[in-house]
Design a protein around this ligand. Structure first.
Ligand code: NAP
Length: 319
């Protein structure tokens, strides 16, 4: 798989990274229903076998569990992939999630992530959410110090707006931004992506298949029967009035894919990657077979007329 430099860093990353949110499993506020850890490890190994060279996780995914499963998958590898994780979402003894950008909290989080991931340095450490806004400077200063101290190699942000990135840049360079970006979430195009390009900030797009909705495996029936603790039940893209449009979009992705022997998931991810401001896409998977069916997006290019065909679909849907 080819690689691209991530912003100002010395990391050359594959167009697809493994997203480790869903493998955090259930038992917390943003869980994806039950998850088998053996399946999770196998899914990560499958991604690495296909050449994926980075994993994106976060302390909060499964309240530490995702990082532990990533560590298990990395055990015994002669060469490990880059490991990216995030801080700022913390939890208490009742497993209630809160936010903190306080220096001492981030330092505590960093030590805990290093311990769970069983690595001696984090390749990319990201602020997960810019909350609370007034503590952004304290949080970013702490990440810059952790980099100086060698605990983390590079630092990035997620879910920041342009104003918040400007405030961070006044303190230290930003290696990467992690925003939502997919066919059904294009807000980043307006200000975030042009700003990131201008400032040489790498962009790793999250939820490129709209958390499974654009893969072709999500049907109306399946959505109705999603487990009670799968957060997607409450997401607007999985509900009417948007659901009907989204399922029609999947039909179009399938039609385009069939022309090239590609899956709808590959078409959805290839569409994300065709934007030059995007360095790479973070693709989530929960069991073996899933990465295999989407990894081809890394070397699949949509033609200009196919991109226009997708654009025309949205123009018609909005009319
Ligand atoms: N920074 C942030 O705030 C933030 C927010 C969201 C995500 N992220 C990052 O981005 C990553 C990816 O986002 P995401 O997990 O929301 O969504 P995604 O990559 O758009 O979709 C992943 C889901 O699609 C389904 N899937 C994957 N491959 C498939 C295939 N070949 N065929 C059928 N279904 C398939 C799986 O769920 P099912 O099998 O259950 O359908 C999988 O969990 C996350 O893991 C996380 O690392 C970050």
């Amino acid at each position: 798989m080819n690689t691209k430099q991530l912003g100002n860093s010395d990391l050359f990353i594959t167009p697809i990274g493994f997203g480790a949110w869903a493998i955090g499993g259930s038992g917390w506020e943003f869980g994806w229903g039950g998850q088998d850890d053996h399946d999770s490890v196998a899914a990560i190994r499958e991604a690495l076998d296909h050449g994926v060279n980075w994993i994106d996780t976060a302390a909060v995914y499964g309240l530490g569990h995702s990082e532990e499963v990533v560590a298990r998958a990395l055990q015994g590898l002669s060469r490990r992939p880059y490991v990216f994780t995030k801080c700022s979402m913390v939890w208490d003894e009742q497993r209630k999630i809160g936010h903190s950008l306080k220096g001492e909290s981030i330092r505590r989080e960093c030590e805990a992530s290093l311990r769970r991931l069983k690595v001696d340095v984090l390749d990319l450490y990201q602020i997960h959410w810019p909350i609370p806004d007034e503590d952004i400077e304290e949080g970013w200063t702490t990440l810059a110090r952790l980099k100086e101290e060698g605990k983390v190699r590079h630092i990035g942000v997620s879910n920041f707006d342009v104003g918040q990135m400007r405030r961070a840049l006044a303190i230290a360079p930003i290696t990467s931004l992690q925003p939502p970006y997919s066919l059904v979430r294009r807000e980043a195009e307006k200000e975030l992506l042009p700003f990131a390009s201008r400032e040489n900030i790498g962009v790793i797009a999250y939820s490129p298949m709209a958390s499974g909705l654009l893969t072709g495996a999500m049907t109306r029936e399946r959505i109705e029967h999603l487990p009670a603790d799968d957060w997607r039940r409450g997401n607007i893209n999985f509900q009417e009035p948007l659901l009907s449009r989204n399922l029609r979009l999947v039909s179009l992705l399938r039609t385009i894919g069939v022309r090239h022997g590609r899956t709808p998931a590959e078409v959805a991810v290839a569409w994300v990657l065709h934007n030059p401001a995007i360095t790479a896409a973070i693709v989530g998977a929960r069991r073996p077979g899933q990465i295999k069916a989407v990894v081809g997006a890394a070397d699949f290019q949509l033609s200009a007329s196919e991109v226009a065909e997708i654009g025309a679909f949205f123009a018609k849907a909005a009319a």
